[in-house]
Design a protein around this ligand. Structure first.
Ligand code: PLP
Length: 417
């Protein structure tokens, strides 16, 4: 029986979310629209199967098909990123990162990562995360004058604290990550270097951001952001020793049975990402982010680091006289979906910060280009300026109508395309 028949309530809510996603200009940089093929693979009978272990060495029978699916996903990941080993089983980015800790550090060990308020992820040793509670985290940030990572600070901290593990990469970094510089520091202090490319994996795959391969010892990534796959994650490494440690940490260290429907969808996404169109997509994501950033700058917005090299823009709204949360809420009502975010050295609290984090992966998947980015910047300016004046209702209503006219022209991958 169909979903609509069995559970009309949930079926209708899913339809409502489909409409919301189609009608919105989705600017959240960690989100995307997966293809129909990826969606189709996730909704399959593969969800019925248990397969603890790895291909050829499972703890359940009946793996004739699952082994082939997982092996295909692994081979495609290896080919796409140019690595010798890949593990496609982590349930998501956070468990993937936990597996890195489990593989290369013990509770109480010193680890190093970018502080959350500067753009690092929770799992890079932030205090409320298990990684900050169970390890001894040392945190680096960005320079106050440039908004960019201070590699001298990273080197000094690493020399002083000699961490077992160093994380580079993050969740709100608008600039290119200097993998060779991190690798040199990690080598000097004898640390394992983990590159968390969750945000930029699609850009790396498409050749629009330098690759950490050949520099980082291990690489973690989610599969659902710029890579445009299902919610999931992968771990990659070149050395047999690192790969064995990661495999053991994922299973049996942290997880039980892999989510085989997700593995199949990851395989599909990796096939899509190997096509020439995907490289064009990745470069357009960056071109769109630059166009959006330039127009925001021209309209007096203050951008952390002064712009972007990738898919992501971090706006400090202080100069506009509005905090991030009311701005994000007003923009959402106007059909422009963003997320409020701390900015480096933010004097405000994390739940009511000064910034907005936006990005171009989703709008680029819909086929929008630089002209649409300039229009989006203009709408953002109108709404934020109106919120600052305390009289935004009419502007929100008008912009929402204009946004709907635009989204109506761009099909939503997976839904209307
Ligand atoms: C850099 C980075 N690493 C890890 C994660 C965690 O991924 P998940 O939300 O799938 O656990 C995120 C999620 O935003 C991220 O941005």
């Amino acid at each position: 029986m169909s979903l609509a028949h069995v559970d009309p309530e949930i079926a209708e809510l899913i339809k409502a979310e489909e409409r919301r996603q189609a009608d919105t200009v989705k600017l959240i940089p960690s989100e995307n629209y997966v293809s129909k093929a990826v969606l189709e693979a996730t909704g399959t009978v593969l969800t019925n199967k248990y397969s603890e272990g790895y291909a050829g060495k499972r703890y359940y029978e009946g793996q004739q098909v699952i082994d082939q699916i997982e092996t295909l996903a692994i081979e495609r990941a290896k080919a796409l990123f140019g690595v010798r080993h890949a593990n496609v089983q982590p349930y998501s980015g956070s468990p993937a990162n936990l597996a890195i800790y489990m593989a290369f550090a013990s509770p109480g060990d010193t680890v190093m990562g970018m502080g959350l308020p500067f753009g690092g992820h929770l799992t890079h040793g932030w205090s409320v995360s298990a990684t900050g509670k169970w390890f001894n985290p040392v945190r680096y940030g960005v320079r106050r004058d440039t908004g960019r990572i201070d590699m001298d600070e990273v080197r000094d901290l690493a020399r002083e604290h000699r961490p077992k593990l160093i994380f580079c990469g993050g969740t709100a970094i608008p600039r290119t990550i200097d993998f060779p510089a991190f690798a040199e520091i990690a080598r000097e202090v004898g640390a394992v270097l983990a590159a968390d490319i969750a945000h930029i994996a699609g850009l790396v795959a498409g050749g629009a951001h330098p690759s950490p391969v050949g520099h980082a010892d291990v690489i973690s990534t989610t599969t659902h952001k710029t890579l445009r796959g299902p919610r999931g994650a992968m771990l990659m490494a070149d050395s047999d020793e690192h790969a064995t440690a990661l495999n053991k940490a994922v299973f049996p260290g942290l997880q039980g049975g892999p989510h085989n429907h997700t593995t199949a969808a990851i395989a599909v996404a990796l096939k899509e990402a190997a096509a020439p169109e995907f490289s064009a997509y990745a470069h357009q994501v960056v071109a769109n982010a630059k166009a959006l950033a330039d127009e925001l700058l021209a309209r007096g917005f203050d951008l952390v680091s002064g712009g972007t090299d990738n898919h992501l823009i971090l706006i400090d709204l202080t100069s506009k006289g509005v905090a991030g949360k009311p701005a994000a809420q007003a923009l959402d009502r106007a059909g422009l979906e963003t997320n409020y975010n701390t900015v480096p050295f933010d004097p405000r609290k994390p739940f009511d910060p000064s910034g907005l984090r936006i990005g171009t992966p989703s709008v680029t998947s819909r086929g929008m280009g630089e002209a649409e980015m300039r229009q989006i910047a203009a709408w953002m300016d109108e709404v934020v300026t109106a919120v600052a004046k305390g009289d935004a209702e009419d502007v929100i209503t008008r912009v929402h109508a204009e946004v709907s006219a635009l989204t109506g022209k761009y099909p939503t991958p997976g839904l209307t395309a």
